[in-house]
Each structure stands twice: as structure tokens, then as C-alpha cells.
Design a protein around this ligand. Structure first.
Ligand SMILES: [Zn+2]
Length: 266
């Protein structure tokens, strides 16, 4: 899921912007300047960075699957797969617990974390890098949150949490309370829509060491978990958004259509 504030990347301090943007290689200054262009804040600043450009994302997803994600494991990061790619619209399959410790699964997890941080985003599901497996990663930092308005942070009940890696997550709601807020997705970048989500959820699964974990989450973290678990079912937020709330990031603050629920908890 995207780090929600629309200018988060543009407003990142140069040190962090550079960290987010070039963890593995140095790029021309002309590319770096794109970080500060108002319309590129949620775009991958390096669209030509990976090997995927000349092939469809599906074929790359398959190729990445068989190749072990990239020709050069040290320098190539996976692209984030965009809406329309079949891998985003089909259920992912469970990871064999025996396999979690393997080099292949550990590399997938590492790649997911890197791709999420580079975007930057607050959550990512394996299908978003073309891998049809039930793995999600998420984290929200005080720094990301610091770029959002205080009243918005409060309304969303958004608090920082450390990196979570969950393999084979199973999610269930813990209360009937829900909230309506705009959310975005790294696979549908540049857009937002209001989605109703449960306010309190519990997720059980395995961590990257194959040990059982349980996460009790509320507020924004619960939203991120629901968004990422939806990816594993082949569901994007646009598949369950409130109709007529879909809009570009630039139009985020324009009035809602009549009858649309106002953002907030219920
Ligand atoms: Zn998403």
C-alpha cells in the first residue's frame, strides 16, 4: 500500500530520498530531480531501472519466478507489477512452511522489503513483484507519518510500527467497527479511492523464520493488513472501493460526490 500522503516522497529529506531511490546504484542527476517534480511523487522514479521494460510484466513475472528474481541478484530490484497483470487478479498460493528458510523464499522477502521501501510504501504483497505466493511485508515509520497532517494521522489512528513479514497470513476482524478512508496502492499508482475497512483485525501466520506469529492490529495498521491480505486473494482496493470516490492524487481534496461517505470511523 502506498504511503498515503501525496507529497511524502517529494518532501523526504535528501538523505532519505536518496536512500529510497538508489539503494543499489547511482543514477544521473536528471533522474534524481524527478523526485521533486509534483506529479512524480508516487511514481517509480526509475521506470527504466530494471530489466522489465521490454517485456510484459506477466512474462517478466514468470521469468522472475524461474530465474530467482533478476539476472543480477546484487543490483536488480523487481519492478512493482501494475494493475491488469494477471498475477494481481488471481489468488496466490501458500508457501510450504518447510520452504520458508530456503534461499529462494528469503530472497523474495528481501526483495519485497527493498521494493516497498524504495517505492516508498507502507505495505507490499508478493504478487506485486510478480510472485504468486502468500507473503506480505509492511511497516510504517515515524518519518513517513510525519509528512501527513496531524489531524489526518489522528483520524486514521496511524502509528509507527516495525517491519512485519507474514507468510501465509490469515486475517479476521476483531470488532464490527469500520472506517472509511482514502487509500492507494503501489500497483495503481497516482490514484486514490475511499475503502471501508475493519478497524480491528487479527492476523496469524508465520514469520520469516517459519515461527508462528499473531498480530493484533487496529487503525491504519489494520487497514494496511487488510489491503495486503486482499492482494493475496487477487483483489485490489479498486475492486471494493466506494463507487464514485476514485480520483487522481491531484484531485484528492476535491469535494466528494453526493451520497459518498465522508472519511472517518463508524
Ligand atoms: Zn496494494
Amino acid at each position: 500500500m502506498e504511503s498515503l500522503h501525496r507529497f511524502s516522497l517529494r518532501l523526504l529529506p535528501i538523505s532519505l530520498a536518496e536512500k529510497c531511490s538508489k539503494p543499489t546504484t547511482r543514477l544521473p542527476i536528471s533522474r534524481l530531480t524527478r523526485l521533486y517534480a509534483p506529479k512524480s511523487e508516487f511514481m517509480n522514479p526509475y521506470p527504466h531501472f530494471t530489466t522489465r521494460k521490454s517485456l510484459s510484466s506477466s512474462s517478466i513475472a514468470r521469468a522472475g519466478w524461474f530465474r530467482g528474481m533478476g539476472q543480477n541478484k546484487k543490483t536488480i530490484l523487481p519492478d512493482i507489477v501494475k494493475a491488469g497483470d494477471p498475477v494481481l487478479h488471481e489468488p496466490a498460493r501458500e508457501v510450504d512452511p518447510e520452504e520458508i528458510g530456503s534461499e529462494r523464499i528469503q530472497k523474495i522477502i528481501d526483495d519485497m522489503v527493498k521494493a516497498m521501501r524504495m517505492a516508498p510504501g507502507v505495505g507490499l504483497a508478493a504478487p506485486q513483484i510478480g510472485i504468486p505466493l502468500r507473503i506480505i511485508v509492511l511497516e510504517d515509520t515515524a518519518e513517513y507519518i510525519g509528512y501527513a497532517p496531524k489531524d489526518e494521522i489522528k483520524a486514521q489512528d496511524r502509528r509507527p510500527f516495525d517491519l512485519l513479514v507474514i507468510v501465509n497470513p490469515k486475517i479476521k476482524k476483531k470488532s464490527n467497527k469500520t472506517a472509511f478512508f482514502f487509500e492507494g496502492c503501489l500497483s495503481v499508482d497516482g490514484f486514490r479511492a475511499i475503502v471501508e475497512r475493519h478497524l480491528d483485525v487479527e492476523v496469524v501466520g508465520l514469520n520469516r523464520d517459519g515461527q508462528p506469529i499473531k498480530v493484533d492490529a487496529s487503525g491504519w495498521q489494520a487497514r494496511i493488513l487488510q489491503h495486503e491480505c486482499d492482494h493475496l486473494e487477487g483483489t485490489l482496493y479498486v475492486d471494493q472501493m466506494v463507487p464514485r470516490t476514485f480520483r487522481t492524487v491531484e484531485n484528492l481534496d476535491l469535494p466528494l460526490a453526493e451520497g459518498c461517505p465522508k472519511p472517518g470511523s463508524r
